[in-house]
Design a binder for this molecule. Sequence first.
Ligand code: NAP
Ligand SMILES: CC(C)=CCC[C@@H](C)[C@H]1CC[C@H]2C3=C(CC[C@]12C)[C@@]1(C)CC[C@H](O)C(C)(C)[C@@H]1CC3
Length: 619
Amino acid sequence: MPSRKFAEGEVVRGRWPGSSLYYEVEILSYDNKSQLYTVKYKDGTELELKESDVKPLKSFKQRKGGSTSSSPSRRRSSRSRSRSRSPGRAPKGSRRSASASHQADIKEKETRREILQVKLTPLVLKPFGNSINVYNGEPEHTEKNDISRKNKQEKVILSPEGSFIATQYSLRPRREEVTVKEIESKEQKRLPKVPAPLETFQVTTPQRKSLEFGGVPGASLIMLGLPACLFLLLLQCRQKDPSLLSFPPPLPALGELWEARVCGIYLLWFFIQALFYLLPIGKVVEGTPLVDGRRLKYRLNGFNAFVLTSAIVGTSLFWGIELCYVYTHFLQFALAATVFSVVLSVYLYARSLKAPRDELSPASSGNAVYDFFIGRELNPRIGVFDLKYFCELRPGLIGWVVVNLVMLLAEMKVQERGTPSLAMVLVNSFQLLYVVDALWNEEALLTTMDIIHDGFGFMLAFGDLVWVPFTYSLQAFYLVSHPHDLSWPLASVIIALKLCGYVIFRCANSQKNAFRKNPTDPKLAHLKTIHTSTGKSLLVSGWWGFVRHPNYLGDLIMALAWSLPCGFNHLLPYFYVIYFTALLVHREARDEHQCKRKYGLAWEKYCQRVPYRILPYVY
Ligand SMILES: NC(=O)c1ccc[n+]([C@@H]2O[C@H](COP(=O)([O-])OP(=O)(O)OC[C@H]3O[C@@H](n4cnc5c(N)ncnc54)[C@H](OP(=O)(O)O)[C@@H]3O)[C@@H](O)[C@H]2O)c1
Ligand SMILES: CC(C)=CCC[C@@H](C)[C@H]1CC[C@H]2C3=C(CC[C@]12C)[C@@]1(C)CC[C@H](O)C(C)(C)[C@@H]1CC3
């Protein structure tokens, strides 16, 4: 049990010395000896504060029934008069740097977040205490998913009037006052229209300290490295001997790889998928609340698009259309897709320069190279057409299944077989199950960090449109020219492994999704939870009590099962497992960082209760 109340990285309110004003600060460190916290204010000021001068964020939203009876506006004007020592005020002449305009963007975004924290954050229940002295930011206790208690909580959260409290006006530095007033009047007009949000990811995400992915050098390296890696993989896979000894493969001339017909087919594919996306079939749902309180609408018809695509592919086969053309021109298709993703990224960056500030991604930085990579605009849309959401699941993911099928047909042709090999059938079926699962559970995508945190830039454009269909299908591509005879006993073990991975993956994801959708779900009543200061709880038993990312564990087990049918002659079919382990370890670290900032000590408590991240007793 930690002796201090607040964790490093936690965002809290810190008293400005000599005043009674509290501002949002981040805990940088704690000195056991002096018992002082080093905190950082939003303008960069670092100070040491006593514990009594630090309060959890939530405690300020609980003063509605407290002694301050003045209206928010009255309170604001009276408090602002007394803000002579605002930490928001930087020393003369030192406030604006060269990147001032983006900093201003970020500042305004933060300001909006702050306002929304005031207006959108759900009330915290009595058990946390209505007084800031009672609740210290720590989870009070771990308890069973108590329905009667949760019902109470749900009631409070869902009531629009009860959920929005405006008590934090005094916490804003004076220099933001004009913007704040302008924005507030806009917000006040908008807010009654939106329902009380349950998910407040963007709203409560505090400012980031450092850039992810190794910052500008890391992003530059990834942007150059990923396409190079893709072409080396494909060229290596085409070799008779794809072992490391014959690396690097001979490089073809660029002219050989560029074919206008292939580009046309690729564009046709993309626009057919876009057309399916626009069909008015499927449920329309709302995404998580944006920084301005709005919720975007998304149509869930990914599975329908898959069925329609299957019908088109089936018809093409019936008419005898040579699908093996995709195999014989695989590198040309990869180049066409790469060029398309680069053009798309340039378009996305260019249009983001005109995007309103509050539509920028929380991951964007103000650095052009980094923002081109991570994406500047959070949800670029052309009318109702959401570019990121569309690309994440449709052309690439469905394309991957079609590529696998093409490889199966190519194997039969190249190896002159009447039926596909058992290894190829397993790879195709396993990956088909994965894609169908993703499309069937499409709604879950709306809460992933790709949708709510990352912008739409080169990373996701290239990742979704090129990396997924052309590298995730590497096992099938490998099997076309490197046959592997798989015995049935071994195949049974691999099938069991795949099913085991799938059960972990699906059950873990479904358990969390069901819990986030309805924490009072009677089916989850047996699970233990930890309460957090945001009003949301964390599961600490069931799948999420086993390791902190059981869904990643299941996904990794499945990844291994996709490679094993290719045998052990070469490393190449295991590329996916290796890459995916690195991706998930990095993704887990990003998520952990964000959860620690969101949930503070409650997250630390969770980490104590569930010490392993992905693999029990190993990691
Ligand atoms: N094949 C691929 O290339 C690929 C790549 C990436 C991901 N994936 C898969 O995609 C799926 C989604 O992954 P993801 O990275 O978006 O993350 P995720 O693991 O689905 O979600 C993480 C979020 O879950 C919530 N959470 C964490 N611990 C919790 C607990 N104990 N109780 C309740 N909620 C908790 C937190 O958000 P809130 O508290 O805000 O709800 C956290 O930010 C995974 O199955 C992953 O394997 C596949
Ligand atoms: C390689 C680099 C640096 C970037 C590319 C990452 C990109 C390939 C992945 C990022 C998020 C991933 C993702 C899926 C596929 C791969 C990514 C786009 C996913 C669509 C796979 C199917 C799952 O069920 C899912 C939950 C829908 C996945 C969502 C995230």
